[in-house]
Design a protein around this ligand. Structure first.
Ligand SMILES: Cc1cc2nc3c(=O)[nH]c(=O)nc-3n(C[C@H](O)[C@H](O)[C@H](O)COP(=O)(O)OP(=O)(O)OC[C@H]3O[C@@H](n4cnc5c(N)ncnc54)[C@H](O)[C@@H]3O)c2cc1C
Length: 455
């Protein structure tokens, strides 16, 4: 199926500039995943007023918060989840659904800068997180299209390919993680693009429908007795003495234990946390339903796809319909995803020319959280538990860290983590807002261009 026949099938002239016509008639600025799993304040909400007392209060009903809530409630704790918006209105139902064990810091970098044992502990824990989602979804019977589809990492230049293969080789020797090199000549068997210089496939990485996954978490948490209070904004936490006071816009709760699980949505008034997180926007689009055969031509192995840039482009097929999801240009200042779509669409078509003429049906933007050391963090501050700073990879890690926080509070199970390093860096005068994220992304773009020119 060529792009021309696709355009004709849609009733458009092939000559018509794509930028004029990139939005499908049903276009909406809303996550694609909400078609199957819309977040709803009403569904999950506890019918009673906010309690004045609770054993555990969890701030944020995303992946981290709900994973912790399920394990705590099943362990016998009385759990209240307060979320400023709808339950699942954060990144939990907006992400791309890639399941990986990826960090911005490679095994080699960690070995060199922190130590070989630490590097291995970190990557073993990332692997535990990946395997943990797989086994959790299976054990709980959550119908969310989880698949070990494998991931293609495409190299943006020959030097990128050399570095990538070196990293993968190092990781295989140290940790046994498998990979396969794809040469430039074989690239088309994986991805119909001539933009790349080959790449590697990591066969055991996976994907998920994040909306259905999170909806499954909500159902299991409710089944375990967790009480949800959506549209309840936590404005401050007083942590003097043994009990904590969680102040919300609906009243205060006296809590035995508190978990802050707000990641990229952490508000400035939770100052200690906000000062350590760099919130940045991710942008994703979903095409309209594509003609039969087009996905099999463009993404024949139906994997997840990203590249070797620091500011990545990412691609995947939707698991539940014949659409392709494409994301990139992370960290742009656009406050709506629609305004970025012409540029993002151009990039998608540059990478996959067969998609010329495929219109956009959904686009959305949500917040991730970067950190100054590029590492996720789990820990306790002033007696308040937290897990955050996932740097774009919080689906597996949020699930794992939620379980670990529950283990710490219950005093049972393994609550230890290589990411609990007791040091969560910030910068002088940084207050959680401003231009740090876009500046960092500009730096990444510059770094990517420089590396691409290396021979
Ligand atoms: C576009 C995009 C694509 C991504 N793709 C991937 C991917 O493919 N794979 C992957 O692993 N990760 C991905 N991520 C990252 C991943 O979604 C996050 O790391 C993950 O959702 C973090 O989970 P969480 O529960 O900690 O936070 P969230 O799911 O963001 O939940 C935080 C919650 O806290 C609530 N909150 C904030 N402030 C308050 C307050 N004051 N009071 C009460 N509640 C509050 C928010 O309303 C929100 O519901 C992506 C993120 C984005 C934005």
């Amino acid at each position: 199926m060529s792009s021309i026949s696709f355009l004709t099938a849609q009733g458009h002239s092939p000559e018509r500039p794509a930028s004029m016509d990139i939005f499908a008639p049903d276009y909406r600025e809303e996550p694609y995943w909400w078609m199957a799993a819309p977040p709803s304040a009403a569904d999950a909400a506890d019918p009673n007023p906010l309690p004045s007392k609770a054993e555990v209060v969890i701030v944020g009903g995303g992946i981290t918060g709900l994973s912790a809530a399920i394990h705590l409630a099943r362990g016998g704790a009385e759990v209240v989840v307060a979320d400023a918006g709808a339950i699942g209105g954060g990144a939990a139902r907006m992400n791309a659904g890639f399941l990986g064990r990826t960090l911005k810091r490679s095994v080699g970098w960690l070995e060199q800068h922190v130590g070989p044992d630490y590097a291995v502990r970190v990557y073993r824990e990332l692997d535990e997180a990946l395997k943990g989602v797989e086994s959790f979804v299976e054990a709980e019977g959550i119908a969310c299209y989880r698949r070990s589809c494998g991931r293609l990492i495409s190299a943006n230049s020959e030097p990128h390919l050399r570095d990538l293969v070196e990293d993968m080789d190092h990781m295989k020797r140290r940790l046994g993680f498998d990979y396969e090199v794809i040469s430039k000549a074989d690239q088309q068997s994986e991805l119909a693009s001539d933009r790349y210089f080959g790449g590697v496939v990591v066969p055991d990485l996976g994907s998920i429908h994040p909306g259905l996954y999170h909806a499954g978490l909500v159902a299991r948490a409710k089944g375990a007795g967790v009480r949800f209070f959506p549209s309840t904004t936590v404005v401050g936490i007083d942590a003097d003495g043994r009990r904590k006071t969680v102040r919300t816009d609906k009243g205060a709760i006296s809590a035995g234990q508190v978990i802050v699980a707000t990641n990229g949505y952490t508000p400035r008034n939770l100052k200690w946390f906000a000062r350590r997180l760099v919130p940045f926007r991710g942008f994703v689009m979903a095409t309209e339903v594509l003609p039969a055969g087009l996905i099999d031509k463009v993404l024949p192995r139906r994997r997840t796809y990203l590249d070797t840039k620091m500011n990545i482009d990412f691609i995947r097929p939707a698991p539940d319909s014949e659409r392709i999801l494409f994301g990139g240009m992370t960290g742009r200042l656009n406050t709506t995803s629609t305004s970025l779509m012409p540029a993002l669409y151009r990039r998608m078509v540059e990478i996959m020319p067969d998609l010329q003429g495929a219109r956009i049906s959904r686009s959305w933007t949500g917040y991730c959280a970067g950190t100054f050391d590029f590492m996720p963090h789990i820990g306790t501050q002033d007696g308040i538990h937290y897990a955050m700073g996932y740097n774009f990879a919080g689906v597996p890690l949020g699930t794992l860290f939620g379980r670990k926080l529950a283990a710490r509070i219950l005093g049972r199970g393994d609550g230890t983590s290589a990411f609990d390093v007791g040091k969560f860096p910030t910068l002088p005068f940084f207050n959680g807002t401003g231009l740090v994220a876009p500046l960092a992304m500009r730096y990444f773009d510059h770094h990517d261009r420089r590396l691409a020119k290396r021979t």
